[in-house]
Design a protein around this ligand. Structure first.
Ligand code: GLC
Length: 534
């Protein structure tokens, strides 16, 4: 148990995709003043920190993850004065602000790349990864882009290829060049000096690539769908040398007070743990994305939680995530009723939870008509757009039942269409309904905040007689809660022994349910979860 937890060890992180949160100037795109208008709402969620996806100047080929200037604000989102005002208001409310840092690649419009591509002997040439064509004139090796096609683009002017594992307009920085990391550390200092509380670091596990650029071997387990998965990415992901970079980034954070970084890392648990650092000198939190791809059944979720708990180094702070701007929404993946159980799980497991905007309402993936498809992997690979496209999970926040869900003025055209169910599934409607998902989310976050057992306590899985129900105990300072979650759409009979007879219900997903249960024999309704005081 963590005795004197820091904010990121105990609090809840809430991710905002700024394009989609609140449009204040009627251009159809969300912005910083819009977020600032919604601080009352954010505070009412009992969250502790807001993470903003990129707000930097960008030609938006990858919706801001192609950064043209690391120390500026995109006019689409506002000005630096707007950012400063937001940061100061966030702090005034006792909340923290985390921003996205995208160190692996820049935009091709970044001044560094503009210089780099000018000539082969430019001082910044080797800040990026350039190579001669293969003997047949093709790309230097077989590496692939996540977004379809080769990871190399030929530059006519200088006769070489440059590396990009995402869109063509996202050239990758070369962290083997001694000047690149110091430049990125200065970017971090710029924002830390302003007072930001930390960074979510984009694709941190990809920052180093094989120096010899060896071909990657085929992936024998490829399912034939997504071309990127056809190779085993042993020379572009999770290279041992990346840890040295991360330690240096961490050292910069440690020059300040209580700042943090959470790294985007999609890896199995045994490899993920190395990103805490041998001496806890790397990521404060390496993102744990395993609930996103999990088989949503009580048995598999328990196994996943237990294997994560077992793999964590002693003293490491765990964390959990249900979704983000790259993944189909949880309410779509498991269904809107089961999404309450998912929120109860997220907010009662041991570890820092991250909520993706709209999860507190049960927002589902929006339907994206073909003419609206904008996400590069979907545009580049139309045959599999319905599987890999990320537009559906990025639709505007559903504030109320008015035109465009209150995201944008009625006269504006939102950059993505609002999901069809906005007329009923929105903040205003749910705010007034004491049993809505929003009311449930607030009750859950309030409980988590007030109970050390839930925010920093121990976790113990509980064996019982029903394989469709996951049960566990959280406890601290002599107070304990038993959480029981029905992962199915059917009623389940459960018997739990060893924790007494009667247990009062502290909170139920079906908020009408009060009273207590008889632990040796009780019934859970379909998609029901209970937090019981034991
Ligand atoms: C990360 C981001 C994703 C982006 C990619 C390239 O995975 O979350 O949205 O497209 O990096 O920056």
């Amino acid at each position: 148990m963590i005795i004197n937890p820091l904010w990121w060890q105990k609090g809840i992180i809430y991710q905002i995709y700024p394009r989609s949160y609140q449009d204040s100037n009627h251009d159809g795109i969300g912005d910083l003043p819009g977020i600032r208008q919604r601080l009352d709402y954010l505070q009412s969620l009992n969250i502790d920190a807001v993470w903003l996806s990129p707000i930097y100047p960008s030609p938006m080929h990858d919706f801001g993850y192609d950064v043209a200037d690391y120390v500026g604000i995109n006019p689409l989102f506002g000005t630096m004065a707007d950012f400063d005002a937001l940061l100061s208001d966030v702090h005034a409310r006792g909340l923290k602000l985390i921003i996205d840092l995208v160190p692996n690649h820049t935009s091709d419009e970044h001044a560094w790349f503009q210089e780099s591509r000018r000539s082969r002997d430019n001082a910044k040439r080797d800040w990026y990864i350039w190579r001669d064509p293969a003997p047949d004139g093709g790309p230097p090796n077989n590496w692939l882009s996540f977004f379809g096609g080769p990871a190399w683009t030929f530059d006519e002017k200088t006769g070489q290829y440059y590396l990009h594992q995402f869109v063509t307009q996202q050239p990758e920085l070369n962290y083997r060049h001694p000047d690149v990391l110091p430049a990125m550390l200065d970017v971090m200092r710029f924002w830390l000096d302003k007072g930001v509380d930390g960074f979510r670091v984009d694709v941190i596990w990809l920052m180093m690539k094989d120096a010899a650029l060896r071909d990657e071997p085929p992936n024998p387990d490829w399912n034939g769908i997504e071309p990127y998965q056809s190779l085993n990415h042993i020379y572009t992901q999770n290279l041992p040398e990346v840890h040295k970079l991360i330690r240096k980034m961490r050292a910069v954070l440690d020059e300040y007070d209580e700042r943090m970084m959470v790294g985007e890392i999609y890896l199995p648990y045994d490899q993920l743990m190395s990103y805490y650092g041998d001496d806890f000198d790397e990521c404060h939190l390496p993102f744990n994305f395993h609930l996103i791809h999990a088989n949503w059944q009580a048995r598999s979720i328990r196994q996943l939680v237990d294997s994560y708990e077992a793999a964590l180094p002693a003293g490491a702070t765990p964390n959990w995530v249900l979704g983000n701007h790259d993944q189909h929404r949880i309410a779509t993946r498991v269904g809107p009723d089961q999404a309450r159980v998912a929120n109860m799980l997220l907010l009662t497991l041991r570890g820092t939870p991250t909520t993706y905007y709209g999860e507190e309402l049960g927002m589902e993936d929006g339907h994206i008509p073909p003419e609206y498809i904008q996400d590069p992997p979907a545009v580049n690979q139309p045959e599999i757009a319905h599987i890999i496209g990320r537009d559906p999970e990025r639709t505007p926040m559903q504030w109320d039942g008015s035109a465009h869900a209150g995201f944008s003025a009625a006269t504006a055209v939102p950059w993505l269409p609002v999901a069809a169910n906005y007329t009923t599934r929105n903040v205003a409607a749910q705010h007034n309904d004491p049993t809505s998902m929003l009311s449930f989310y607030r009750a859950l976050t309030a409980l988590r905040r007030e109970e050390p057992a839930l925010n920093v306590g121990h976790y113990t899985a509980v064996d019982h007689n029903n394989e469709h129900v996951f049960a566990y105990v959280r406890s601290a300072f002599g107070r304990s809660f038993l959480i029981v979650l029905n992962f199915t759409g059917e009623t389940q009979e459960v018997g739990i022994t060893g924790y007494g007879e009667k247990a009062p219900i502290t909170l139920a997903t079906h908020m009408q349910r009060h009273g207590s249960v008889t632990l040796p024999q009780f019934t859970l309704a379909a998609n029901e979860g209970l937090v019981l005081k034991i």
